[in-house]
Design a protein around this ligand. Sequence first.
Ligand code: NAD
Length: 255
Amino acid sequence: MKEVAKQLSDFEGKRLLITGGASGIGLATVNHFLSKGAKVAVFDINQEGLTKLENQYQQDLLTMEGDVRRANEIARALDIMVEEWDGIDILVYSAGIFPDMRIIDMEEEEWDRVLDINLKGAFLTCRNVAQRMIAQRSGGHIVTISSGSYQSARIGSGHYCASKAGLVMLTKVLAFELADYGIQVNSIAPGLVESELLDPSYVQTFSKRIPLGRPAKPTEVSGAIEMITSSLNTYMTGQIIPIDGGLSSGHYGLP
Ligand code: NAD
């Protein structure tokens, strides 16, 4: 038993990059892994959130303001990380947006904005991280934060659902392509999580359909990220793990 507990907290000195780490699930993941002795680099467009983190932590933290849509900014962040810490062990891609708009009302620019941040940014980040992990020859973990929306339609979420379905397939194909290098790639698909992303009245209505009867706390998602990136997970890759209070197990989402 003691051995299991030790393995689960085996993150001392591990080097993480977390995109979208200035808020919500990403922020909970930053706090979670720093508390386990890891070194965490946070890449986010939200400078205010990054400054708060800088004020909170004096060591083992790198903050980098940048946009996941820009390959050169991602490359720069990784250059800094490698220069400071000599490599990367874990990527968590949590950057994302969730605007509400029906497809028939949607301008092309809005479609592109959501697909670019939620999906293309993941491609750009995973590609760069994977290249560096391959060069390091020490394996690694890549975790994308998708959503139950990858398999469940919702009015007003055409671009979001499409981006998350794409992210799931990006995750699975990457798992195949990186398996030979000992790099495991999985996705967490949250249902409803308390965060800045969602309107409180939407959370209240939606919660009634969740078997556990409430949204997840961001720390419940970061706990799942710990489980799949710990040294206990040596054989799971290419999987989409629902952290949704049972929502996706029901018949059409109904309890
Ligand atoms: P959040 O808004 O609290 O955090 C998202 C972070 O991404 C923010 O810090 C934001 O600044 C950053 N970001 C946005 N655009 C960016 C860009 N272009 N470049 C760099 N950073 C950028 O939201 P959250 O709830 O923590 O969501 C995290 C992920 O989880 C998202 O991908 C979201 O789709 C997914 N998710 C959330 C829920 C939920 O209920 N909150 C449910 C399912 C999936």
